[in-house]
Write a protein that binds this ligand. Structure first.
Ligand SMILES: NC(=O)c1ccc[n+]([C@@H]2O[C@H](COP(=O)([O-])OP(=O)(O)OC[C@H]3O[C@@H](n4cnc5c(N)ncnc54)[C@H](O)[C@@H]3O)[C@@H](O)[C@H]2O)c1
Length: 252
């Protein structure tokens, strides 16, 4: 039985990745601070016939991360794949951006990625069969809207961490890659009482070269490719954005 460990896997893209790996035969371990959403995600994964574990975890807290990883190894097995998906965003005009908010975003998105990667990689090395780490970055690592500096800095750091860890962990048989999503609709992938049926205008859709907004399943497919088929690939970033970042925009 293969095991995938996913941070922020209770809702949104992480839930989509968790379901995708469960459908592909993996046992799934989820770290997320939202206990209700986590319990629901586990129930839905078990209803598919797959094994699942939820551990209430803040990825910025080393003690909680180590507890999650130890429990995963004890109750499932050493993860074959770690997906660092947990991420938060703060929007604030740069001149008013509270430095505590900047630190909070960096703690969840960057410190969390480091802590989880260290914890998982130590177990992978101990087991001796290698593994794969997949970091969920963003197209915002490379382009920006106004007032998103903390998020964009955290995602740039994740892309850099990806090649940094790939070089350090390569000799230990651990591949490290990133996936950078563009606009992924997640309102229908939240905990059921909070979920909404999404609506997209024609303009929302047709501005994308592929004529639609993204879905969590699009990101799950990329993660499954990186986990199962990409043996000669490490330190890379795959953009999944319906073509938005390669589209030229001129004023009309
Ligand atoms: N949705 C998009 O359009 C989009 C685009 C690019 C990148 N991303 C990235 O994808 C990832 C998932 O985003 P999403 O849109 O699904 O978000 P979401 O808010 O729908 O879900 C995030 C999940 O992470 C959990 N989480 C929050 N803080 C956490 C912490 N400290 N420790 C563990 N889990 C925590 C939440 O409880 C939630 O279940 C993030 O890294 C985000 O930056 C999303």
């Amino acid at each position: 039985m293969k095991v995938v460990a996913i941070t922020g896997g209770a809702q949104g893209i992480g839930r989509g990745i968790a379901f995708g790996f469960a459908d592909a035969g993996y046992a799934v371990s989820i770290a997320d601070p939202d206990a209700e959403a986590g319990a629901e995600a586990v129930a839905k994964i078990e209803a598919k016939g797959a094994r699942a574990l939820f551990v209430k975890t803040d990825v910025a807290d080393k003690t909680e991360v180590d507890r999650w990883m130890d429990q995963t190894v004890r109750e499932l097995a050493c993860p074959d794949v770690l997906i660092n998906n947990a991420g938060i965003m703060v929007r604030a005009p740069f001149l008013d951006l509270a430095i505590d908010d900047f630190d909070r975003v960096m703690a969840t998105n960057v410190r969390g990625t480091v802590l989880c990667s260290q914890a998982a990689a130590k177990h992978m090395v101990k087991r001796g069969q290698g593994g794969a780490i997949i970091n969920i970055a963003s197209t915002r690592a490379f382009m920006s809207e106004p007032d998103t500096e903390s998020y964009t800095a955290s995602k740039g750091a994740i892309v850099a961490l990806t090649h940094g860890m790939a070089i350090s962990l390569g000799p230990l048989a651990i591949r490290v890659n990133a996936v950078s999503p563009g606009w992924i609709e997640t309102r229908d992938w939240q905990y059921t009482p909070r979920a909404e049926h999404p609506h997209h205008s024609e303009r929302d859709k047709t501005q994308h070269p592929v004529q639609r907004v993204g879905r969590p399943e699009d990101i799950a497919e990329a993660c499954l490719f990186l986990a199962r088929h990409a043996g000669f690939m490490t330190g890379q970033n795959i953009t999944i954005d319906g073509g938005m970042t390669v589209k030229m925009i001129y004023a009309e």
